[in-house]
Design a protein around this ligand. Structure first.
Ligand SMILES: C[S@@+](CC[C@H](N)C(=O)[O-])C[C@H]1O[C@@H](n2cnc3c(N)ncnc32)[C@H](O)[C@@H]1O
Length: 268
């Protein structure tokens, strides 16, 4: 497969992305809470439209600095607009493989981004290089193979989801990256690596169930057109998955558990 095609597969659509914008440190990156203190310097790699990044800046306060980087020009533009005049936050269009600066960081966070990289180890090497001595690298990522729905979702959504995993795998992305991070962190030279379970669990009896469990309908809406144009599902199959899955949420859906791990290590 041509590199150009694979690069496109990693590219987020530029449209407003409600999944990214719903996230905060508390609901989407709570593994970072233990590090946050006034004056901290933080880099948020693969910051998207910057929802978590600006929350980090607000929590750290004006004496700190948070830099969000993302190669997607449209998302960086949205991130700048969304941040408005939030103090201590900046965004730069940049790629984790090649980003360079003379600055060194107390904390580098990279959430839900290595899952979209064909060379996650190369990205880890560059992030490790940009840490201060004693600084922390905090990776948060999925094992998509361990997603669990109770009860089983409609066959049309299962078909879409399986196609999504195949589409990702054939582009060279690791669907199970969460469970490979400990080994990767050791490979790039970290001696002690800690792992925290951060599974995202949506339960029917919670007021957020309809929104949070809709994640996969939103993936079918936002990224599904890429699968259609790449020939992994038809447009009818994509639309049917959305309709049937919304019905599952409204009627029989009980839980959706997305498998997510925070894997962290400290620079010596
Ligand atoms: C699923 S989003 C995660 C956004 C945010 N970190 C969060 O947890 O909500 C993945 C992000 O990784 C970015 N990304 C993809 N390739 C990248 C690369 N080579 N370097 C840095 N970021 C990249 C995408 O543009 C996208 O914004």
């Amino acid at each position: 497969m041509e590199n150009q095609t694979l690069t496109q597969r990693a590219t987020m659509p530029a449209a407003h992305n409600p999944v990214l914008e719903r996230r905060t440190v508390a609901n989407g990156n709570q593994n970072l809470l233990k590090y946050l203190r006034p004056g901290l310097s933080v880099m948020d790699v693969g910051c998207g439209s910057g929802a978590i990044t600006r929350d980090l800046a607000e929590r750290i306060g004006p004496t700190g600095r948070v830099l969000g980087i993302d190669p997607n020009a449209g998302l960086i533009e949205q991130a700048r607009q969304n941040a408005g005049d939030t103090l201590g936050v900046a965004f730069e269009q940049a790629d984790v493989y090649t980003f360079d600066t003379s600055e060194r960081f107390d904390l580098i966070t990279c959430a839900r981004t290595l899952q979209w990289l064909r060379e996650p180890e190369r990205a880890l090497v560059n992030m490790k290089r940009l840490l201060k001595p004693g600084g922390w690298l905090a990776i948060l990522d999925y094992n998509h193979e361990k997603l669990n729905w109770q009860p089983e979702p409609p066959a049309s959504m299962r078909l879409f989801y399986d196609a999504f995993l195949k589409w990702r795998q054939e582009a060279g992305f690791d669907n199970a990256i969460a469970d490979h991070l400990d080994e990767l962190m050791h490979q790039v030279g970290f001696m002690t690596v800690q792992t925290e379970i951060q599974h995202e669990i949506s339960r029917r009896n919670e007021p957020t169930f309809a929104t949070s469990s809709r994640l996969w309908a939103e993936v079918a809406e936002l990224r599904g057109p890429q699968l259609v144009s790449d020939g992994y599902v038809t447009e009818d199959q994509r639309l049917q998955a959305i309709i049937d899955y919304d019905q599952w949420i409204a009627t029989v859906g009980e839980t959706m558990t997305v498998y997510l791990l925070a894997v962290e290590a400290q620079q010596e």
